[in-house]
Design a protein around this ligand. Structure first.
Ligand SMILES: [Zn+2]
Length: 272
């Protein structure tokens, strides 16, 4: 199926043919057949600017490989890393034992790391770091306002199944709050309080552990790991283009949302 995305045009003007990006051929040569349909579907709702960025950055990309290629033998047996973007080889390593839906969701995030990298590591820029610090300060529980805001977000995510089930959203919260334990406890309670007759039972149980990174990763992982993960998650959210999740991001992470939107706009102009 050909998906055409064109900017609005005045009468008599030629359409922007360059904006008619065919998602169904974008990933043909890099994604294994088993996962190709899921990945194409996963990018189906992305807006024109994002697709522009994806199609124009692909030539700088060295491909998608299986994580088994990075397997090492340890004293405990074979050790295979989790899916990740490798900045040294400028390629993505994907865990191919996953279901195709999960593979696609992870791939959207990893592609976000690649976009960050290819544009000169935007997540390390002053603008992005300032936005990160501003939004993190919103949930600084050493202040009364911070504690209130965190409580409000807890209440709102419990009622918002789309944000609740999004590992992109919860990973941003994990980074911004440095895994605030009261938040995680509350999150787990939501899952515990559900029953199998709840229509969102599986989604709530899936969120029971709250998808995120450990504090060890935030503190001792790659340089500026919190900012890098938030950037990749914001990119994945943009690709997914679920208006309810986008609204949650806009409301709860206003500075990051604003700076990220601006960066994406500039990237798509650069690549146009
Ligand atoms: Zn990541």
């Amino acid at each position: 199926m050909q998906t055409e995305r064109r900017t609005s045009q005045k009468e008599g003007e030629a359409p922007f043919e360059s904006c008619a990006i065919d998602i169904d051929t974008l990933f043909d040569t890099m994604i294994p057949e088993t996962f190709l349909k899921a990945v194409e579907d996963g990018f189906q709702n992305a807006d024109e600017g994002i697709l522009q960025i994806v199609s124009q950055t692909i030539p700088y990309f060295n491909g998608v490989h299986s994580t088994t290629l990075k397997a090492t033998i340890t004293s405990n047996g074979l050790s295979i890393p989790v899916s990740h973007f490798d900045p040294n080889s400028v390629s993505i390593y994907m865990d191919e034992t996953k279901e195709s839906y999960e593979y696609m969701r992870t791939f959207r995030h990893e592609y976000g790391h690649f976009v960050d990298h290819v544009f000169g590591v935007l997540s390390e820029s002053t603008a992005f770091c300032e936005a990160f610090n501003k939004d993190a300060a919103l949930y600084d529980v050493s202040t009364i306002d911070g504690e209130m805001r965190l409580k409000t977000m807890q209440a709102e995510i419990a009622d918002n199944i789309h944000a609740f089930a999004s590992e992109y959203v919860t990973d941003i919260i994990s980074a911004l709050t440095h895994n605030d334990t009261s938040f995680i406890r509350k999150y787990t309670e939501n899952a515990v309080q559900t029953t199998s007759s709840d229509p969102f039972y599986y989604e709530k149980m899936e969120g029971a552990g709250m998808s995120g990174h450990s504090n060890a990763y935030w503190d001792e992982g790659p340089f500026m790991s919190q900012q890098k993960e938030v950037f990749a998650n914001l990119f994945a959210v943009k690709v997914e283009n679920n208006p309810i999740v986008q609204e949650f991001i806009k409301e709860h992470f206003p500075s990051l949302n604003r700076v990220f939107e601006q960066m994406i706009k500039e990237c798509s102009i650069t690549t146009a």
